[in-house]
Design a protein. Structure first.
Length: 141
C-alpha cells in the first residue's frame, strides 16, 4: 500500500471516529497534551515522555499557523510516534525527509474537508487561501 493511501485511510478513520477534522479536538480525544509556549522561530514539535504524548505549539504564531502545526504534529503523534522527528520550522516545513513530507501531506489532507467546492474554489492557490494553509503545502493538494 502506498503511503498516501495509508494516510488517507488513517484520516478517514479519525474523521469517522471523532466526527471532526479539527486537530485540537482529535488530540484531546486521543489524550495527547497540547502545550502552547514561546518556541522562538520553531512552529512546534511532538514528543513523548513516559508514554505521555505531547504536541508543543508556538503561541507567537497565528491561529492558522497553530492549527496547521497541530495537524502536522498530530501525524507524528499517531503515525510516527516512536520516530525522532525534528521541530517544525521555516526550514523543515519544506524538508524532503520522509516523515516530514508524510506529516505535511497528512495535515493538508486532514484540514481540507471539501467545503471549498460549495464556493466554486477550484485552483490550488485559492484552496490554500480558503483553508489558511501554508503556501508550501500546494504540492500536497
Amino acid at each position: 500500500m502506498e503511503m498516501s493511501e495509508f494516510i488517507q485511510q488513517q484520516i478517514q478513520k479519525l474523521v469517522n471516529i471523532h466526527e471532526t477534522r479539527n486537530p485540537f479536538l482529535i488530540a484531546k480525544e486521543k489524550d495527547i497534551l497540547i502545550l502552547k509556549e514561546d518556541l522562538g522561530e520553531v512552529y512546534g514539535y511532538y514528543n513523548k515522555i513516559n508514554r505521555i504524548k505531547m504536541i508543543h505549539l508556538n503561541n507567537l504564531f497565528s491561529d492558522e499557523r497553530q492549527f496547521f502545526t497541530c495537524a502536522h504534529e498530530l501525524c507524528h503523534a499517531l503515525i510516527h510516534q516512536d520516530e525522532n522527528t525534528p521541530q517544525l520550522s521555516k526550514q523543515t516545513i519544506v524538508s524532503e525527509w520522509k516523515v516530514e513530507k508524510e506529516a505535511n501531506y497528512f495535515a493538508t489532507q486532514l484540514l481540507i474537508d471539501g467545503s471549498h467546492l460549495e464556493h466554486y474554489i477550484d485552483t490550488t492557490d485559492k484552496i490554500i487561501n480558503f483553508y489558511g494553509l501554508p503556501e508550501e503545502m500546494k504540492k500536497y493538494i
